[in-house]
Design a protein around this ligand. Structure first.
Ligand SMILES: Nc1ncnc2c1ncn2[C@@H]1O[C@H](COP(=O)(O)OP(=O)(O)OP(=O)(O)O)[C@@H](O)[C@H]1O
Length: 584
């Protein structure tokens, strides 16, 4: 609006200037009016500047609030699912992926879009009002023409909607991600994929751009028609204006006001706001869709991360009774699985790839739910336990445990998240809580054999485990495994009574692994421990070993018993013993 008022003032100044010169200077009546108009114009210019800055400040404040709100809802929706459906179902995982990416894009396009749109509407209306003060009919015609032009432009923009071409770009985006992932850098170079990646990326992107160009060409005729309508209406108005000006029925002020108003009205067709709204709005329905889907798969209230219930005490046994399980659209992993794990004992689980070992642990952790049968803890079905309490009972390290690019203290402290939270951060940090956390972390590190490794790090527990951060370091595969084991031991320190190790030591050498497990089983003697490993030398020390084959338990007993039975376990054990030189 302010630019339009300013335009009106400039028009008035232009009109009064010749009169002032004619009357003989600023002391005259017209001169005083000119001075007043000039002062008003300066004030308006300043106001415009101030309003612009205030708008920017308010806009960015809005932006961040909007992004915070939206991402917060995405995170809540994702974390509200206590199981893994959101990540395992391709449709749901795509939805979650898009929601996270779009909600976190340059913040507040939607807010910016609405701000721009309203500001353009005000500017356009003020400019139209300016034109209307001189020539109402022209204002009416131009409003209609500019709105039609805007609508045509918007239709053209919709044809270029991100969704219509994103499928073409998704592969290109994925290729770009391959190139920038530090963890994949070695393989990409060793296999000589760099050239292929760059070529394929360029190809995919060009194809997407061609798609865009074709979409753009489709509405060509409508655009040409609108351009002609704009040209004709402005041509007629300009011709009449010149004729009236020459005839003396339009003053210089009126002509200036008309010209300024007409140029200001172009914003009525500006679709920057609409474009931002189009781009920003899919995020809201997307987040709502994600929340709906998450609510459907989240049976009951998900565990709130801030709650810290007491761990469950396992006093007798964990029992799988007639458990059936299949992943969506896949053949069954378990059919009528029966297994009892006595409290306070260690169980080794072995089996070929795909036998169902990890699935067994996921069911136990409540990350998957049996289609039939029950899993009970001292007779109580896992589903009936407080899921937060049950999860606190478990210390699990999976094959693909997370390498958090965070300080060692966090990497290990995640096993005892209550202690980590109590310790706080920065100014909030409480000295006693911090000392307690460090004690938990150090004891856990010692138990996992990671204390020497930590002692050698430049900043000890404060060292960030990633070279992508200043002062950070990278660890070897085996060192990372010790950190992960320390995380599990921190959970034990924090009250966990069920320890699950799903092959987290595959990268340790045989001797280091054997040493570690000997110590480990010793340290966790009173706990219920499940060890999954392909290395028989590892599981042989477990109290009991089960052999899984295609989802069924085919052998069950102590190491000596199974070797004596001369079955699959004995065969595989002697094969490994021969290659590793282990005494049988
Ligand atoms: N998320 C999933 N979606 C669909 N099928 C899956 C999923 N995870 C595992 N499977 C399938 O379930 C079966 C059991 O897999 P699981 O990971 O439990 O085996 P495993 O014994 O741990 O194998 P490995 O020794 O290779 O780790 C396999 O056939 C596997 O392909």
């Amino acid at each position: 609006m302010l630019p339009a008022i300013f335009g009106g003032l400039v028009g008035l100044i232009a009109g009064i200037l010749p009169e002032t010169i004619r009357d003989g200077g600023l002391d005259t009546e017209s001169g005083k009016r000119l001075v007043a108009l000039l002062v008003a114009a300066v004030i308006l210019l300043l106001a415009q500047e101030l309003a612009g800055s205030a708008y920017e400040v308010a806009k960015w404040a809005f932006y961040r609030r909007y992004e915070h709100y939206l991402l917060g809802r995405v995170i809540d929706a994702t974390l509200s699912t206590r199981r893994l459906e959101l990540f395992e179902d391709p449709q749901l995982s795509r939805l979650a992926d898009r929601a996270v990416r779009l909600a976190g894009l340059d913040p507040g396009d939607l807010v910016d879009g609405w701000c721009t749109r309203w500001s353009h509407l005000f500017q356009g209306a003020a400019a139209a009002a300016l034109v209307a003060t001189v020539w109402p009919v022209a204002a009416g015609v131009l409003v209609v023409v500019w709105f039609v032009a805007g609508a045509v432009m918007l239709t053209a923009l919709r044809r270029l909607d991100i969704d219509s071409w994103s499928s073409g770009l998704r592969e290109a985006e994925y290729l770009a991600r391959i190139a920038e992932k530090p963890a994949w850098a070695k393989e990409v170079r060793v296999f000589g994929l760099t050239g292929w990646l760059a070529e394929r990326f360029g190809l995919r992107w060009t194809r997407a751009l061609d798609q865009l160009a074709r979409a753009r060409g489709a509405g060509r005729w409508r655009t040409v028609t609108v351009l002609l309508a704009l040209l004709c209406s402005h041509g007629v108005i300009a011709a009449v204006m010149v004729a009236d000006g020459l005839a003396g029925s339009l003053s210089a002020t009126q002509i200036t006001v008309l010209l300024l108003g007409m140029s200001g009205m172009t914003v009525l067709a500006d679709q920057t706001g609409a474009e931002l709204i189009e781009y920003g709005s899919p995020r809201v329905p997307l987040v709502l869709d994600l929340e709906k889907e998450a609510a459907q798969v989240a049976t009951g209230a998900g565990p709130k991360p801030l709650r810290s219930p007491r761990p469950v005490r396992i006093s007798r046994e964990i029992r799988f009774s007639d458990v059936d399980f299949a992943y969506p659209n896949a053949r069954p992993v378990f059919r009528r699985l029966n297994l009892a794990i006595e409290a306070g004992t260690s169980l080794g689980v072995v089996g070929l790839n795909g036998a169902g070992k990890t699935t067994l642990t996921k069911l136990l952790c409540g990350l998957e739910v049996p289609a039939a049968g029950t899993i009970t803890v001292d007779g109580v079905p896992v589903q009936e336990l407080d899921i937060g309490a049950w999860r606190r009972t478990i210390a699990a390290i999976f094959q693909d445990f997370v390498h958090y690019e965070l300080p060692v203290r966090d990497n290990i402290g995640f096993g005892a998240v209550e202690a980590l939270r109590a310790a706080g951060e920065g100014a909030e940090a409480s000295r006693t809580a911090r000392d307690r956390l460090d004690a938990v972390v150090r004891t856990a590190a010692e138990r996992a054999g990671a204390h020497n490794l930590i002692a050698g790090l430049p900043d000890g527990l404060d060292t960030t485990l990633s070279r992508r951060f200043p002062g950070g370091v990278d660890l070897s595969g085996g060192q990372w495994q010790r950190i992960a084991l320390a995380r599990a031991m921190a959970a034990v320190e924090n009250g966990a009574g069920l320890l699950i190790l799903d092959e987290p030591t595959a990268q340790l050498d045989v001797r280091a692994e054997a040493d570690l497990y000997d110590r480990f089983l010793d340290l966790t003697r009173d706990l219920t421990t499940i060890i999954i490993s392909h290395r028989f030398s590892t599981v042989r020390h477990a109290d009991r070993i089960v052999v899984l084959d295609q989802g069924r338990i085919v052998e069950d007993g102590g190491h000596d018993e199974l070797v004596a039975a001369g079955g699959e376990y004995a065969r595989l054990f002697s094969l490994q013993a021969a290659s590793y030189g282990i005494a049988t």
